[in-house]
Design a protein around this ligand. Structure first.
Ligand SMILES: Cc1cc2nc3c(=O)[nH]c(=O)nc-3n(C[C@H](O)[C@H](O)[C@H](O)COP(=O)(O)OP(=O)(O)OC[C@H]3O[C@@H](n4cnc5c(N)ncnc54)[C@H](O)[C@@H]3O)c2cc1C
Length: 822
């Protein structure tokens, strides 16, 4: 290959596992061919996790992105072969239920499949056994069949993709351990190996379980935990005699017992997640030549497999006649949220990672990374859940990473409720209002490490005489009728909402205005005291975040953001002249939403500043004192009521709470939790980034065109929006549900007749309007008010009607206020 002319920057991919190989293939397919893949082991069976993975590809996942990456992997590997040998065996996938809860979960998973466009079908026990004759149909209650699932031949896929990459000029260097990453002026310069340096403009770490070790060479903490997982192979099983093909039976999952299975000719492979977590430190992995089998394979511990084998014999009676022939404790990567780690180091330019990726998603990740590197953004998949820069500082702490990695191993097949908080390690971050909230018997869930009240037990008194409709079982978890009572009281009196968990950034310096003009869709060149709701867009016009920007001084802005990715995005775009500084001020500050028709009656007497309707207009900011507490007040409300967000420093938070609480008694003040907040926000149609819209959607589709000021001059994403504006084919649409029991929760499919046409994003019961609310992505042609559709909810169909939005106070009377009393 020495004679092929290479193009593009000098790229070094560390790791020739299934991820590195996919990336080399995808990069070279896009014309970046000056690529060197380096591996410490022999290629293609390097000794990494890909070398021994049984290769089961179950595509269905609660995440749209992960499902679509898996689908791409299936499509790509199905089209690849190595000297005529297939890289994918499309035997189908079968997930079985042995408990009623799991059966319901399979219905939910069928819903996800429909939402994300993967064909699937629910089966009776007899149909399961027909598909997988080794099964005892008496043990299972039903199943879910995904015909396009199958087995990836990982080592073959590595070789096939590398071969294709080599033909385009990519170099593959085996048995070369990377020992260091050399950087210059905050950029990668070279990869240092035992056999010399390789100069590089871009380095991508695809080192699997060694990822933390390699990333540390570039000074980057990588929150990943390698854990051992048991895989065993049986001898020939009665019923499979005479099977010469590698596999014809579908891959099988028995998640109630943390088990999965695949056929290997006459035998069966059994994978198990039910054993104790067995974390492995990357630095303890043996070198390739010292490992008995390979570095990622540890000795099988039969005592950890006993329950798995007992259960296997129950489910697959044929295995009672055989024994385990061989087994391993194979090591692969876990993260704190089950999602991969993709993206560029925040500190070292040109150092990228593609880590914690299953074989299942490998080709999709290869494609995503190649697009990101070559085009500057990924257009095929929304990567906001995968970006390695999504974490808060505490989420990088080694103790936290280990605890969460182990927990996620335990939970990998568990049924997880959408609101289920992590239990360990908690509590972590406490707002200054925490003690007061406990006094009010708050029921806490968790958000970015913050303890956040979902409702307050003390508000049970509000239930008297009220008739709060109760949702069905699933939606009733992490719910109390108090949620409804708090929502109603917020529309009737005044409520305090703890908004501390929301990310707050300060953007300051002589270049701050120009910087925000360029990065947001809003007009920032307004008077001091202005507040602007606007968006951060990617170059392709996709929404990266929605933010509320308050101009607090000529050169000082406060940005209400969504998370660490916003901070990272702003940092990446800072001008090099040092004229702008962006700081995360979240931890040192706090925020209370003081909202409701009595908000002015409460706050005005506590302050010398003018909080009247004229003196403090909607979407304006002002510095003031509330009692003894200096605050920055922003007149806006996510719940659609009169009121302010009051910000102060953390040390004065409790005093602010007490001042408002005491004075609020005569106005019937309550504390409101996140449950009420979610309901009220949907009644007003306020979108939530990450749930309702993500990187893949543009503002016009999302109903946020009003936040884009095309006439303000150029900004990131503007050119792309010019094109996208005229081409709106899908819309984020408001649906209402009359039946109060059927409160859907998000990600459910929407049907027009029998055809899946979209999916739900956020949903809640609207206690003011007395209906269920579901926002959903739908084809624009169907998003017409009055149209009746159905939402798939477990084994039911729920009738939903497209509605005009917002559902509550469309003329904004409450927010803008008219009389002084309001
Ligand atoms: C028992 C078991 C069963 C599994 N079953 C499945 C399954 O059914 N389906 C599924 O989707 N996934 C499965 N997985 C997970 C899957 O195998 C891995 O997630 C995947 O193979 C990781 O691919 P990778 O390319 O990131 O890592 P790897 O394949 O480990 O590749 C990383 C490469 O980096 C190289 N490297 C590391 N450090 C250096 C260095 N300093 N210098 C040079 N080279 C270096 C290594 O030699 C290695 O080749 C399983 C894993 C195990 C352990």
């Amino acid at each position: 290959m020495e004679h092929v002319t290479t193009t593009g920057p000098r790229v070094v991919v560390i790791g020739a596992g299934v991820v590195g190989a996919a990336l080399a293939d995808e990069l070279s397919a896009r014309g970046w061919t000056d690529v060197t893949v380096v591996d410490q082991g022999p290629v293609p069976a390097t000794g990494g996790s890909s070398s021994h993975a049984p290769g089961l590809v179950f595509q269905i996942n609660g995440s749209k992105t992960m499902t679509r990456m898996a689908r791409y992997t299936v499509e790509k590997l199905s089209s690849l072969d190595l000297d005529g040998e297939p890289c994918f065996l499309q035997v189908g996938g079968l997930e079985v239920a042995t408990t009623p809860e799991r059966l319901a979960e399979l219905h939910r998973r069928h819903g996800w499949a429909t939402s994300w466009g993967v064909e699937s079908r629910l089966l009776t026990p007899a149909e399961c056994a027909e598909l997988f004759p080794l099964l005892d149909p008496g043990v299972v209650l039903g199943g879910l069949h995904i015909p396009t699932d199958g087995i990836a031949k990982a080592v073959r896929a590595v070789e096939a993709q590398l071969r294709r990459a080599r033909s385009r000029g990519v170099r593959v260097l085996e048995r070369r351990e990377v020992l260091d990453i050399r950087t210059e002026d905050g950029r990668v310069a070279a990869v240092v190996t035992g056999q010399g340096e390789i100069a590089a403009d871009v380095v991508v770490c695809c080192a699997g379980i060694w990822g933390p070790k390699v990333a540390a060479m570039a000074g980057m903490p990588l929150p990943l935990t390698p854990l051992a997982h048991q895989l065993a192979w049986t001898g020939p099983v009665p019923g499979l005699e005479g099977h010469t093909e590698e596999a014809t039976l579908p891959i099988l999952r028995h998640q109630d017992a943390d088990l999965y299975y695949r056929q290997r000719s006459g035998g069966v492979g059994v994978g198990y997640y039910g054993h104790r977590p067995m974390p492995v430190r990357p630095e303890d992995l043996l070198p390739v030549d010292e490992a008995e089998v390979m570095p990622s394979v540890l000795a099988f511990t039969p005592e950890d497999f006993e329950d798995a084998w007992t259960e296997t014999r129950r489910l697959l009676p044929g295995t009672r006649a055989v024994e385990i022939d061989e087994g391993i404790n194979g090591v692969f990567s876990f993260t704190q949220d089950h999602m991969p780690l993709l993206g560029e180091s925040p500190d070292v330019k040109g150092f990228w990672v593609a880590e914690a990726v299953w074989v299942t998603h490998s080709a999709g990740v290869g494609r995503a990374m190649a697009e990101w590197l070559v085009d500057g953004h990924c257009s095929s998949f929304d990567l906001h859940e995968c970006d390695v820069n999504r974490f808060e500082p505490h989420q990088l702490a080694p103790d936290y990473v280990l605890a969460r990695g182990c927990r996620n191993f335990v939970e990998v097949y568990d049924i997880i409720h959408p609101l289920q908080p992590m239990e360990e390690p908690r509590p972590l971050r406490l707002s200054p209002f925490h003690a007061r909230q406990r006094e009010l018997d708050a029921y806490f869930l968790e958000a970015s490490g913050w303890e956040r009240p979902q409702w307050y037990g003390a508000n049970a008194r509000l239930l008297e005489g009220g008739d709060i409709p109760a949702p069905g079982d699933w939606a009733a978890r992490y719910w109390s009728p108090i949620v409804g009572a708090e929502a109603r009281a917020s529309r009737e009196t005044v409520a305090l909402y703890d908004m501390t968990a929301l990310k707050r950034l300060e953007v300051a310096g002589p270049g701050a205005l120009a910087f925000l003009q360029r990065l947001t869709t809003g007009q920032m060149d307004k008077s001091v005291g202005s507040v602007t709701y606007c968006l951060l867009l990617d170059v392709d016009g996709g929404i990266r975040s929605d933010v509320t920007v308050a101009r607090l001084g000529r050169d000082t802005f406060q940005v209400g953001a969504n998370g660490n990715l916003d901070l990272d995005w702003l940092h990446r775009h800072l001008p090099e002249d040092g004229s702008v500084v962006v700081r995360d001020i979240t931890a040192g500050t706090c925020c209370l939403g003081v909202w409701g028709p009595r908000a002015r009656d409460l706050v005005q007497p506590l302050t010398g500043a003018d909080f009247s309707n004229q003196g403090f207009r909607y979407f304006r900011a002002k510095k003031a004192y509330v009692g003894a507490v200096p605050v920055t007040a922003l007149r806006l409300s996510y719940i659609g009521e009169l009121g302010w967000e009051l910000y102060t420093t953390a040390d004065l938070g409790a005093k602010l709470w007490d001042t408002l609480w005491e004075a609020g008694q005569e106005h019937g003040i309550i504390a409101g939790g996140r449950g009420a907040f979610a309901s009220l926000r949907l009644e007003k149609g306020y979108r939530s980034f990450g749930t309702d819209m993500t990187f893949e959607h543009d503002p016009y589709e999302a109903g946020l065109g009003f936040a884009v000021k095309m006439d303000k001059g150029d900004f990131v994403g503007r050119a792309a929006l010019e094109r996208r504006k005229e081409n709106v084919r899908r819309r984020l649409t408001c649906l209402t549900i009359d039946d109060p029991v059927q409160v859907v929760m998000g990600r459910e499919p929407v049907y027009d007749g029998d055809t899946g046409v979209g999916y739900v994003t956020s949903a809640a019961f609207g206690y003011t309007i007395g209906k269920g609310i579901a926002y959903a992505w739908l084809p624009a042609a169907l998003a017409t008010p009055g149209r009746t559709l159905e939402i798939g909810y477990f084994d039911r169909r729920v009738t939903a009607v497209v509605a005009e939005e917002p559902l509550f106070d469309p003329v904004m009377e409450r927010l803008r206020g008219t009389g002084e009393a309001r």
